[in-house]
Structures are given as C-alpha cells and as structure tokens.
Ligand binder design. Structure first.
Ligand SMILES: [Zn+2]
Length: 269
C-alpha cells in the first residue's frame, strides 16, 4: 500500500506523530508528493533509509514533521493513523470552545461523545470496501443486454473542504456485458463512497470506476445532483444552487444516443 503525503497547507497544532499511529504492526510504505502531485524528497530521521524503486520510502525513515496523509479514501488506511476516541472527543471540545461556548456547561457536556459517535456513521465508508460490495455478480441474465439503471439513490456526504454535508441524489446506469450485480449493491457502493470526505466530482468518478471494473460493463453512466451546505449556509450563501456532476465510460461515452437516453431516464426522477 502506498500512502501519499503532503506538507500541511494550514498551520496545525495537531502533533504530527498523531497522524502516524500505527496499530497494525508493520508500518506501511508510502511516498511524499506535494499538492501538485510532484514527488518530494522527504526529510529523514534516524539512519539512512533505503529508497524503494518507485520512490517509496519506509515509514520509520521519514520525519513526520509538518506532514499529513492524503489519499485516505483507501479502505483500511484510516486504521493506521486513527487517533484514540478520547483524542477525537478532546478535539471536538476544542472546537466547541473555539465556537465561543463553554464545553463544560450541561448541554454540551456529552456533545464530544455524541459528535464522535456521529462520525462513526458519517464516515463509516473508510472501513468498507466497494470492491467487496460488488464482488458477487450473476451471469444468468438471459441475454439481457440493455441499460440497467438505478434512479434516485440518496446521497448523504460531507465535502472534504469544509466537512459540511452535501445532500442529493445519484442516478446510475450500466450496460452489462456478461454479468450483472444485485441492484442494492450499486446503492451500497454509492453509500460507501459518500460516507467519506469527498468532492462530488471525485465521488462521481470513483463510483463509475468501481462499477466499470467490477462488472466489466460495456459502459457506465453516473450523475449526481446535490446541494452543498458549505455553499448554502456559509460563504456565498446561494441556497438554491444544485451541483450536477456526470461521468460516462465505454458506450455511454461514445454514444450520444445512449447518453441522451440516460439523461432522459434520470430527468424523469
Ligand atoms: Zn465545502
């Protein structure tokens, strides 16, 4: 597993080593990239490290000073760097005080616990594997080769820039080649990606790619239509703006007619 690390772009008081707690035993391999994706030469601590062929370095060789992890969308990665529940609760306490309130007053006393518990649910997608959700496919399709479409899948996610909710609907279609998947699994894949910190664009692409790969589909179409609370309740305050993102692969990418059919079916939602 390769981790991507970037330097902090904001000042942070979180001790960097908290990001590197490894409960799994062996430290994972990773390499450093900056925000433009270019490889950085990491600062070394301790003895001279032995670089891996592709520029990956073993974890204990790299200074964790002012570095943080990126690419946390990989299932399971979070375990390696997850702080304790107590630490998470104490961070919420800090935010309560930062907001201007007294974290010790009656009404807020248990809020850190509740917030951290809510996080368990809102960000449960880090512990789930979309590939596993799509692993069971069926080849008995009696020659069915037309669009399979799920409309109006609820999307409840959080933007990675503000951790604000964005809520909406996903419409997903694929053209089976030789196998199909239980339709609830498609909705499950949406849920897994949504229960992570996301951008709508990334999530749209991830869903399309996961389905494409698992089903060897002739084409996949994904459309997400969502309202971002970071836009409605803060910043520009545009409460009625919906964001629509689409991703088409294979036949959907190549054929205007198929895309039009998909968009028509989605519109009827
Ligand atoms: Zn945002």
């Amino acid at each position: 597993m390769v981790f991507h690390i970037t330097p902090y772009s904001h000042n942070s008081d979180v001790p960097a080593q908290h990001l590197w707690l490894n409960r799994a035993g062996r430290p994972p391999k990773y390499r450093c990239v900056n925000s433009t994706g270019r490889a950085l030469r990491p600062k070394f601590i301790g003895s001279t490290p032995s670089p891996e062929p592709d520029g990956a370095y073993s974890m204990d060789a790299i200074s964790t000073d002012r570095t943080t992890l990126r690419a946390l969308n990989e299932p399971g990665d979070k375990k390696n760097i997850r702080p304790s529940r107590k630490e998470a609760e104490s961070a919420v306490r800090t935010l309560l005080a930062w907001a201007g309130d007294n974290p010790d007053r009656e009404g807020l006393k248990d809020t850190p616990k509740r917030v951290v518990k809510a996080f368990d649910e809102w960000f449960s997608g880090y512990d789930a594997d979309p590939e596993a959700a799509l692993a069971r496919t069926f080849e008995e399709v009696s020659g069915y080769d037309d669009i399979v479409m799920l409309r109006d899948i609820d999307v409840e996610s959080h933007c990675e820039h503000h951790m604000a909710p964005f809520l909406g609907r996903a419409h997903i279609a694929y053209l089976p080649s030789d196998r199909v998947v239980g339709i609830s699994k498609i909705a499950r894949v949406v849920e897994i990606y949504a229960k992570r910190l996301q951008t709508q664009e990334t999530m749209t692409a991830q869903i399309a790619e996961a389905i494409d790969k698992a089903l060897n589909a002739r084409g996949v179409a994904v459309m997400i239509d969502a309202v971002h609370q970071c836009m409605t309740t803060r910043g520009v305050h545009h409460p009625n703006v919906g964001t629509i993102t689409t991703r088409f692969t294979g036949a959907f990418k190549d054929s205007d007619e198929l895309r039009t059919r998909f968009l028509r079916l989605a519109e009827r939602a």
